[in-house]
Structure formats: structure tokens, C-alpha cells
Design a binder for this molecule. Structure first.
Ligand code: FES
Length: 341
């Protein structure tokens, strides 16, 4: 699956220093570097002269110099110098350039070279807000984009794959779920959910309280889980997924939270729990991907519990076509289901 009109995180700001950085975005090799003004730039990672990877070159005063014959490129991909040539060509060669933006500590790159971006990159909520703590993590998983996004937002698996860490198999309550789909997103709002009994949930809200819980998918590849527990606890876990190619995804996770206890006190305990949950998910996603490959394709059997998976698939398919939802799908959609959590 390739999404042509989408912004993706290609690296953290701190990963981009004074050397070019080669990355892969949806199977396309891209070189990132900082231009003369310090802003990030992204070019096709192939020198137009003889196909050498530009990421193997070096920086010269804000210009990227190819390591083979020394052609130099500016942030827009224009070749600005050819060593040894007496007269620079009137129509210099250029490398295709991707729109690139630095925001929230990440470098975002547009999926299509030499294209005017539709819209702006996603903004992570509550970064820098008073009273909120932010925890960032990055990890790589082997999975399809759809499978990874659904995994982040899938509630029923938490009582099994992560049994005891967030939810438990035993403690279950009837919950009403409102499922909404819009042109660029879908979400599931869980109503009447008691605070989960698992270790992580107890840590987040030791005194319990009424839970407001919304899981969201935002095109092209943002999965967001939002919890409010009682008046004092608010947590938003946002995962921006970048398809690298060859079945590998890079996940950039930002958790912003406000709790009744100081964030610095919670983070050292919550971090190992989050690592355990992520490792369990990564293992299952890799097993899923291997099995899909063994059988030569995917097959799905949905029930009412699979509230967001089919909606995510529909939105991704429309985004892959480069447009909006088909007319029959475009109507805003809402339905309610009941489940035992
Ligand atoms: Fe890059 Fe020749 S291949 S300058």
C-alpha cells in the first residue's frame, strides 16, 4: 500500500545533524539533510549524474555534495556546482525534492516528490502544555500498515495478549461503543467503561473514577488513544506510523499525560510496562505478517467487536487511490454496538 498524498515522520529532529541521512519512505530511498538555513530538506537518494546514493555524500556549507564526482545540490534539489566544469550548464540537473517540515521534534516528509502538499503535518496534542508530561518512543515492527494501526486501537486483544497489564480477562463490564467515520478519520467512543483493573490502569488512576475513552484513526497513519479518568487524569497516546517498505513500519509514539501524581514519578514505572506491551504487540504483528505471507494474502472475519478495523481499511483504500472516499462511502457514518470489556 502506498499513500501518495500524506505526510510521514522520517526521523527525529535530533537525528539530523551535519551529515546527510538516508531513509526509506514507502519503498522510496530518500536523503535528508539540513540546508543552508538549517531547515530540513529531502531529496530522492539518487544522484542524477550516475545514480550514486546522495546519502553517501557530505555536507558543504548547507549544500549536499555527492561522494562520487562532487556534484552539489541545494535544498530544492538543484545542482548548483559541477567540479571541473568550466561553464556551469544553463539548465542544471536536479534531484526530485520532497516537501519537508520540522515540527514537534520530528522531521516530516511528504510522500510524493515535486508535489504541492495537501494540508500540513499532524500536530501532537498537549506537547508543552502546562501540567502535561510527554514521553516519546520509537520502534520498528514488521506488519502491514492496516494491521499495525488496528492493533494500536484494538481493545478486545488487550485482555488476552496483554492480560493483567491493562485489562484482565475476569473483570468485565457491559460497555456501549459509538463508532463514527468521517471523510478523514474514524473513532470509537466507549461509554460506561469502569477503570480497567490491570496494573497500568491502576497506576494511571489509583483512585479509580469514571472513564471516558476514545480510540481514533486519522488519515494517513495516526492512531490515537485518549483516556480521561475522573477529573484529574488525562492521557493521550498518539502513534504516527511511517511505512518504510519491505513490510517494515517505523512507529513514533508520543504519550502526553496529566495525572494526580507527578509525571516524573510515574514515568519510570510506566515505561517498563509500556515496553512489555509493545514487545508483545510487535511479536504478534510479526507472526501475523509471516502467516499472511505463508498464505499469500489476508483474510478477515469481522464481528461487532472489530469496531475500527473495517473503517480504517476503507479510509486507507480511499487514500491509496489518492482521493476521498467513494460516493457510496462518503456519507458520515455512525453506529452503536455493545461489548463486554
Ligand atoms: Fe554523483 Fe557523479 S554520481 S556526481
Amino acid at each position: 500500500m502506498t499513500l501518495p498524498h500524506a505526510w510521514f515522520i522520517t526521523c527525529r529532529s535530533r537525528d539530523l545533524s551535519d551529515r546527510p541521512l538516508g531513509v526509506v519512505l514507502q519503498g522510496a530511498p530518500v536523503v535528508l539533510f539540513r540546508g543552508a538555513d538549517g531547515r530540513p530538506a529531502a531529496l530522492e537518494d539518487r544522484c542524477p549524474h550516475r545514480n550514486a546514493p546522495l546519502s553517501a555524500g557530505r555536507m558543504r556549507g548547507g549544500e549536499l555534495e555527492c561522494g562520487y564526482h562532487g556534484w552539489r545540490f541545494d535544498a530544492r534539489g538543484a545542482c548548483v556546482a559541477v567540479p571541473g566544469l568550466a561553464h556551469q550548464p544553463a539548465r542544471p540537473a536536479r534531484a526530485p525534492a520532497f516537501a519537508c517540515v520540522e515540527q514537534d521534534g520530528y522531521v516530516w516528509t511528504y510522500a510524493t516528490a515535486d508535489a504541492d502538499p495537501r494540508g500540513a503535518p499532524f500536530r501532537f496534542p498537549h506537547l508543552g502544555d502546562a501540567g502535561y508530561t510527554a514521553v516519546r518512543r520509537e520502534f520498528t515492527v514488521r506488519a502491514s500498515l492496516r494491521a499495525a494501526l488496528e492493533n494500536v486501537l484494538d481493545v478486545p486483544h488487550t485482555a488476552f495478549l496483554h492480560g493483567g497489564l491493562f485489562r484482565t480477562r475476569a473483570a468485565r463490564a457491559d460497555v456501549e461503543v459509538v463508532v463514527r467515520r468521517r471523510v478523514d478519520r474514524c473513532e470509537a467512543e466507549f461509554i460506561g467503561e469502569p477503570r480497567p483493573q490491570g496494573l497500568a490502569a491502576r497506576l494511571l488512576a489509583p483512585r479509580g473514577g469514571v472513564v471516558t475513552h476514545v480510540d481514533r484513526f486519522l488519515l494517513p497513519s495516526i492512531a490515537q488513544v485518549e483516556y480521561r479518568i475522573g477529573d484529574a487524569s488525562h492521557l493521550v497516546a498518539t502513534t504516527a506510523v511511517t511505512p518504510q517498505g519491505d513490510g517494515l513500519l517505523r512507529l513514533f509514539s508520543v504519550v502526553t499525560f496529566r495525572l494526580p501524581v507527578p509525571g516524573w514519578l510515574v514515568a519510570p514505572v510506566a515505561s517498563p510496562l509500556a515496553s512489555r506491551i509493545l514487545a508483545q504487540d510487535a511479536r504478534m504483528l510479526a507472526l501475523q505478517a509471516e502467516n499472511v505471507a505463508r498464505f499469500g494474502g489476508e483474510r478477515f472475519a469481522n464481528t461487532e467487536l472489530d469496531v475500527l478495523g473495517p473503517q480504517i481499511a476503507r479510509l486507507l483504500e480511499a487514500a491509496e487511490r489518492g482521493g476521498e472516499l467513494a460516493a457510496a462511502d462518503r456519507l458520515e457514518h455512525e453506529h452503536r454496538v455493545r461489548m463486554r470489556l
